[in-house]
Design a protein around this ligand. Structure first.
Ligand code: ATP
Ligand code: MG
Length: 315
């Protein structure tokens, strides 16, 4: 089976307990939960049985250990996660507004995550990889971007493939050079996984079909547009498949896009039909939102299949 690698931020997430709670005053928090978009992605891929590894950096502390333990338990290759003494693992503090928007206080660039580099362990992991997945959020510094572009180059040189989720967080987008980095990654992308308006960041078209046509014309093999509770749509050279979302109670949306992407890419790498890959991805995205904590909703393939069978029986 093809091996998937991603590189980027490993964090713990600590969240406000109540909707509408602000960080301008003290309040109850829950966490730490293992997190970081590429970590969630690699964890979900591994849980589905895909060989998958992460290039990242954590501090020599409990927050780092929580992440390494979780990824190992899910079956991911953690050999390229560097542990740095004297630096703290990255963090994300989250509040939820009444309008369902989320606001983050990130400590990434100045945490151990900022020490990400293409060391020997990373090179070794890449030498066994067939596919690289890039999260836009992982292009948080020049140094991190260099690792992502290096990983793409290493895998493309062997005839491998690339997927890309822009995963734009307002709070990170302000990093200098991010826009140029996003463009460079998109130019080498085979599977593009935007969510909502992210589709229009890279196109001059004003509607979905127009933007899709423009992106396919630039050589992207397929575009998979995530639509939250409404499901997702696949657009490839052979056509379009749109599937509604599974009906679930949303407890915490963070991580849905990452779990969705991991599932789609894993099944795309296995040569699954677009509708089948999309169904598994929709199910993983739906399951992700049913638990508090970005990696708590990761399910193994047998459980995802059982969820789909049960939903089908209800429909
Ligand atoms: P993230 O916040 O992780 O970056 P995203 O914006 O990239 O998420 P979404 O569109 O929110 O991605 O969610 C990804 C997928 O997860 C959706 O396409 C859908 O399949 C599933 N999903 C998300 N929210 C729900 C929901 N409330 N009910 C059912 N499925 C959902
Ligand atoms: Mg996302």
């Amino acid at each position: 089976m093809k091996k998937l690698v991603s590189a980027g931020e490993i964090l713990v997430e600590i969240m406000a307990e109540r909707i509408g709670q602000s960080f301008l005053e003290p309040g109850p928090l829950v966490g730490p939960f293992p997190s970081g978009a590429p970590a969630i992605f690699i964890g979900q891929a591994a849980a589905l049985g895909q060989p998958a590894g992460l290039i990242g950096a954590v501090g020599k502390d409990d927050f780092g250990q929580v992440n390494i333990d979780r990824l190992s338990a899910l079956g991911a290759d953690v050999s390229a996660i560097a542990v740095h003494e004297g630096h703290a693992t990255g963090t994300a503090f989250v509040t939820y507004r009444p309008d369902a928007s989320r606001h983050f206080v990130f400590n990434i660039r100045n945490s151990a995550a900022g020490l990400l580099k293409m060391d020997d362990a990373a090179k070794r992991l890449l030498s066994s990889a067939d596919h690289v997945h890039v999260m836009g959020s992982s292009l948080f510094s020049d140094r991190a971007t260099e690792v992502a572009l290096g990983a793409i180059a290493a895998v493309k040189a062997k005839g491998g493939t690339v997927s890309f989720d822009p995963n734009i967080r307002r709070e990170i987008m302000q990093a200098s050079g991010m826009r140029q980095a996003l463009d460079k990654v998109l130019a080498q992308t085979d599977v593009f996984l935007p969510s909502g308006n992210e589709l229009f960041l890279f196109s001059s078209a004003g509607d979905e079909q127009g933007a899709v046509g423009e992106l396919l014309g630039r050589g992207i093999s397929c575009i998979v547009l995530k639509k939250g509770a409404d499901g997702a749509a696949y657009h490839g050279r052979q056509g379009t498949v749109a599937l509604p979302g599974f009906a679930v109670e949303e407890i915490d949306p963070t991580g849905a896009g990452d779990c969705f992407g991991a599932a789609f890419v894993s099944f795309w790498l296995r040569g699954a039909a677009p509708a089948d890959a999309l169904r598994i991805a929709n199910a993983c995205g739906a399951l992700a939102v049913t638990r508090k904590g970005p990696m708590e909703g990761i399910h193994r393939l047998a459980d995802v299949e059982a969820f789909i069978a049960k939903a089908g029986a209800r429909a």
